[in-house]
Design a protein around this ligand. Structure first.
Ligand SMILES: C=C(O[C@H]1C=CC=C(C(=O)O)[C@@H]1O)C(=O)O
Length: 403
């Protein structure tokens, strides 16, 4: 509980273009894209929540924890002052959602850098020196829950069910285990991911680390933005092939589900009729960028709770798709494919969908997960290859020298 002298202090600091290298602790929280964002360490307070109301309960917990603190925010922009990192479960009935108020945060946006400290002695602190972390050495890979053949059989079964009529789309994920010779420090992964994936958001919360290209929402001063992705190709000709009818169908379900959820929490919404193509180092995606405005009093957690899970990670119709995922994947997704990001006490926040990442299981072991949207025209072997293209993000981050 906060002591009588607990203060939150945000001060402007000289420019820090290398946030990914500034955490003095491996217990690191990150939300970084193209040199901007947040890096944090130290837990002032945290809570783990279960159940469908976890995001709402966490938002209330954050408000409660910070209500009586003395605030000295000399920057006053989204992400300054009191802030919590959030990592939500994919299925809140089967996994835990984390909310953390870090004790030390460094932030940077287009206007400059800042530092926030919280605690009994909160006062301007020295910026930690740059640290470059060593990699975990050679990696050995093993099967996760299903081997490749069993996962392809699950995809084939999903296609049969879609063709039978009630289900339109379901996203099936598979995991592989990465076992490292040396301990895996999340800071090493963050340093690799931020330098290789500029157009993605590099996240880290309680051992879940990755670089997602998909932004569930950004909410700043009442304006909401979402980058919905679905439909993937890779290799030569990917830019043209991603426009196939199969990819467009797969994408349309995701864009429609995000827009329908946003309709409920916005007072204005702009949904483009046609997707764009987003090119990443490993794959290309179809992308729909949705913009709108929310009414006063609606915060980022509320919008995230309304949107999750979109058909980019669940399917259509949602409930049947989530039940099919539980049955066919046989995997507990944990926080993979859940909302991950941060909120501040003005209601601003950013949430990615926790994709292209992995969960540290112990010091040497990381579970990597990637999923693929399955529609009537999906082919199991092609979906397996697509999952491998998505797993490249974390494989390269763990073992950059193997390229
Ligand atoms: C579920 C994942 O990706 C989603 C986001 C973009 C494209 C997707 C696809 O084409 O299947 C997926 O819907 C994942 O990377 O694990």
């Amino acid at each position: 509980m906060p002591g009588p002298n607990t203060r939150i202090v945000t001060t402007p600091v000289s420019d820090i273009p290398d946030l990914a290298f500034r955490s003095p602790s491996p217990e690191v929280f990150s939300w970084l894209k193209d040199g901007h964002g947040l890096i944090a360490w130290g837990e002032y307070a945290s809570v783990r929540l279960n159940g469908t109301e976890a995001l709402h309960a966490g938002e209330a917990w954050f408000a409660d924890q910070t209500a009586d603190l003395e605030l000295d925010d000399q920057v006053r922009r989204p992400g300054t002052g009191a802030l919590a990192f959030v990592s939500g479960a994919f299925d809140p009935d089967r996994a835990t959602t984390s909310f953390v108020i870090p004790s030390h945060i460094l932030g940077r946006d287009e206007f400059g850098s800042w530092m926030t400290t919280i605690g009994d002695t909160a006062s301007p602190h020295a910026i930690p020196p740059r640290v470059e972390i060593d990699g975990p050495g050679p990696i050995t890979y093993g099967d996760g829950n299903l081997d490749a053949a069993d996962w392809m059989e699950a995809v084939a079964e999903a296609v049969r069910r879609i063709k039978a009529g009630r289900l339109d789309k379901v996203v099936l994920a598979r995991d592989i285990m990465a076992i490292a010779e040396q301990p895996i420090d999340p800071r090493f992964l963050i340093q690799q991911l931020t330098s290789a994936y500029h157009s993605c958001w590099t996240y880290s919360v309680h051992g879940l680390v990755g670089a997602t290209p998909e932004l569930l929402l950004r909410l700043a001063a009442g304006h909401v933005y979402s980058r919905v992705l679905a439909g993937t190709e890779w290799g030569e000709g990917a830019y043209e092939r991603v426009q196939s009818p199969k990819n467009r169908e797969e994408h349309a379900y995701a864009a429609r589900s995000a827009a329908a959820a946003l309709e409920k929490v916005t007072i204005r919404l702009d949904v483009p009729g046609e997707p764009k193509v987003l090119t990443l180092p490993n794959v290309v995606h179809l992308a729909t960028e949705i913009r709108g405005d929310v009414a006063d009093g609606i915060g980022a957690c509320q919008v995230a709770a309304a949107m999750h899970p979109t058909a980019a990670v669940g399917g259509t119709p949602t409930d049947l798709a989530v039940a099919t995922i539980t049955e066919l994947e046989g995997l507990n997704r944990g926080r993979y494919a859940g909302p991950v990001g941060w909120i501040d006490s003005a209601g601003n926040g950013e949430f990615g969908i926790a994709l292209r990442g992995g969960q540290l299981r112990d010091d040497h072991t990381m579970q990597l997960i990637a999923g693929c949207g399955i529609v009537a025209d999906s082919n199991p072997a092609t979906e397996l290859a697509e999952s491998m293209s998505k797993l490249v993000v974390m494989r390269d981050a763990l073992e950059p020298s193997s390229n």
